[in-house]
Design a protein around this ligand. Structure first.
Ligand code: ADP
Ligand code: ADP
Length: 232
């Protein structure tokens, strides 16, 4: 089934002479337990697509669904709730809280939402991203790659319907980047997580099951990656 789906999704910024059509009738499906990379030149609409699908930005036309929930029908409060309950986020800049240790960072979104993390799941997540033994460390005691692995675990902790990752390896050297990508793939293969990743980097995209190419706000190509499992 589809974890998320855009149908004829359009996004227009501004009006009149300053109007920008950031997305022009985009239709795309993100299937459960699939790792999709979104690629395309700067300004092609990658961030906008991700923001619209994640309920971070309003949609001008068409439909965006997370599971069977249509985002365009939701008011702000419900949208915030849906983001908390069903969506995980990973950013280029890690966005960890410096005063909290790794475990506290991992469970923070759930603590804020008043949800209790499932301990067995949490143990599995921590093992999957290779953080056992690092849970009491604060971000400044961890390498960049380890910090991003904390962010990956934080995104996974609430068992979200889907994870959106925006250039997750953009701040990492190639070796740590490869590690993080490997753990993202593990979470798709071993935990059945659905992941959508925006990236400029073809090496990063090689870890995905499928690459969707955007240009000028449209999907111009889509490739299945038959070698995804041989990258590791
Ligand atoms: P990408 O992520 O592929 O670099 P974006 O989704 O950021 O592309 O941008 C797509 C287009 O929409 C670009 O022309 C960009 O300048 C424009 N755009 C993005 N966000 C805004 C905004 N908040 N206001 C106006 N234009 C925007
Ligand atoms: P990326 O590096 O992912 O392509 P950008 O640097 O294009 O992202 O944009 C970062 C953020 O700035 C976007 O999420 C968008 O909301 C905003 N933005 C991009 N272009 C514009 C614009 N022309 N006017 C206003 N905001 C913009």
């Amino acid at each position: 089934g589809a974890a998320a789906r855009a149908t004829d999704l359009s996004k227009v910024y501004g009006e009149g002479e300053t109007q920008v059509i950031a997305l022009d009738s985009v239709s795309v499906e993100f299937r459960q337990a699939e790792f999709t990379a979104i690629m395309g030149p700067s300004g092609s609409g990658k961030s906008t697509l991700m923001h619209c699908m994640a309920g971070l930005d309003t949609i001008s036309n068409g439909s965006a669904r997370i599971g069977d929930v249509e985002l365009t029908t939701l008011k702000d409060k419900k949208l915030t709730q849906l983001r908390r309950d069903k969506i995980g986020f990973i950013f280029q800049a890690f966005n960890l809280l410096p005063t909290l240790n790794a475990l506290e960072n991992i469970t923070l979104p759930m603590d804020i939402a008043g949800r209790k993390a499932d301990q067995a799941w949490l143990d599995q997540v921590v093992a999957t991203v290779g953080l056992a033994g690092r849970l009491k460390h604060r971000p400044n005691q961890l390498s960049g790659g380890q910090q991003q692995r904390v962010a990956v675990a934080r995104a996974l902790a609430g068992q979200p319907e889907i994870i959106f990752a925006d250039e997750p390896t953009g701040n990492l050297d190639s070796r740590s980047g490869a590690e993080v990508l490997g753990f993202l793939r593990n979470s798709v293969r071993e935990l059945g997580q659905t992941i959508v990743m925006v990236t400029h980097d073809p090496v990063a995209a090689a870890y995905s099951d499928r690459v969707v190419f955007l240009a000028d706000g449209r999907i111009v190509d889509e490739l299945r990656n038959p070698t995804a499992d041989s990258v590791l």
